[in-house]
Design a protein. Structure first.
Length: 354
């Protein structure tokens, strides 16, 4: 992605934040850090990509003491050129939870400072504390395999969805080959021509025949039109992303690219103690994401990365298996001790984005 593109996107995101985001943040606390995230940060965005904005804020003391501070401030909207924006800002206190579960979004956000063009706002006090050295020394840890595990689980989940969608579509097409009258029943279509799958079967229940189609029972005597409408609705309910994967011969390229990216990021964390953005292998990632790469070969490459991570994770790269919560708590307190920098309650002052 060219510098011109990133600067244009940055300008649009800044306008969105100033017009919509800042009023939401100011109602709950003080903004500490804000960055473009997702594919823009990774360097794999396309003209079809949405804009992701992530950040960290410090809740007002009075909200914190009254137990009413928000862990997450999020909203969705459109930029001036009608691109979808996903805006999400976490409280500083919530970092412990996100880091503990190895959330890839917070890891990306912490290292987004390696890509200055992606940063929308940075409080100097935050930047002085959350340095790369601080992140390496206190926040990174061994056994952060949740970063990879989550993405691979997502890929597997969509593979299952794709298989379901495939057979539901076949069943609907089969049903539509029959001429329906008001009295035509479902049982007339259940013959040798019906697509066979593990999750499609005839079962007996209370002396009646039922057809079980991917977890849902249909009595053999219901109207065929009713059955067709129900199957059509189930197909419609599947996400656009699943349908796209189905149309691409069942390959969910986006899930595969997520898994590949997470593996690359975690490997760099374990070997170098950081993630550099935009990602070094962004061209390869973009090829996977857009379906240009070879699917099976990419899966093999992911397995190689996972094997490398497994070997590295058996070592003591960071000499701890969880983030240093004591240090993170101490750092959080430091922000509240800086009264002249961070107000007790809501302020009408608008921050000037970078």
């Amino acid at each position: 992605m060219s510098t011109t593109n990133i600067k244009k996107i940055r300008k649009l995101c800044r306008s969105f934040v100033n017009d919509i985001g800042m009023s939401r943040i100011n109602a709950h606390g003080t903004l500490l850090y804000l960055s473009m995230s997702g594919s823009i940060l990774h360097g794999t965005n396309t003209i079809k990509s949405d804009y992701d904005i992530k950040g960290i804020y410090l809740p007002y003391k009075n909200d914190l003491l009254n137990g009413i501070h928000k862990k997450v401030i999020n909203l969705k909207g459109l930029t001036e050129d009608n691109v979808n924006v996903d805006f999400e800002v976490w409280s500083l206190q919530y970092l412990k939870h996100l880091l503990k579960k190895g959330d890839s979004n917070i890891i990306d956000l912490l290292f987004s400072r390696t890509y200055p063009d992606a940063i929308l706002y940075s409080n100097p006090y935050y930047m002085d504390i959350f340095t790369i050295e601080y992140i390496q020394k206190y926040l990174l840890y061994n056994n952060m395999t949740g970063i990879v595990g989550y993405c691979l689980a997502q890929a597997e989940k969509y593979n299952i969805k794709i298989n379901t969608l495939k057979y539901l579509t076949k069943i609907l097409k089969h049903a539509e080959t029959f001429t329906c009258t008001e009295h035509t029943k479902l049982k007339v279509i259940w013959n040798d021509d019906l697509p066979i799958a593990t999750h499609i079967k005839l079962i007996k229940k209370d002396g009646n025949d039922f057809y079980k189609v991917f977890g849902k029972l249909y009595q053999s005597t219901i109207k065929l039109d009713t059955f067709k409408c129900n199957i059509a609705k189930r197909i419609k309910d599947y996400s656009d992303r699943t349908k796209i994967a189905f149309e691409n011969e069942g390959f969910d390229w986006k899930s595969l690219s997520h898994a590949y990216r997470a593996g690359l990021e975690y490997h760099q964390i374990l070997t170098q103690g950081l993630i550099s953005f935009p990602l070094k292998d962004k061209k390869k990632l973009l090829a996977i994401k857009t379906g240009i790469a070879d699917f099976e070969e990419s899966k093999k490459e992911i397995q190689v990365i996972i094997d490398l991570i497994t070997d590295l994770d058996n070592g003591t790269c960071f000499n701890r298996n969880e983030p240093d919560n004591a240090m993170l708590s101490q750092s959080t307190i430091m922000f509240y001790l800086a009264d002249h920098k961070f107000p007790v309650c809501k302020s009408e002052n608008e921050l000037e984005l970078i």
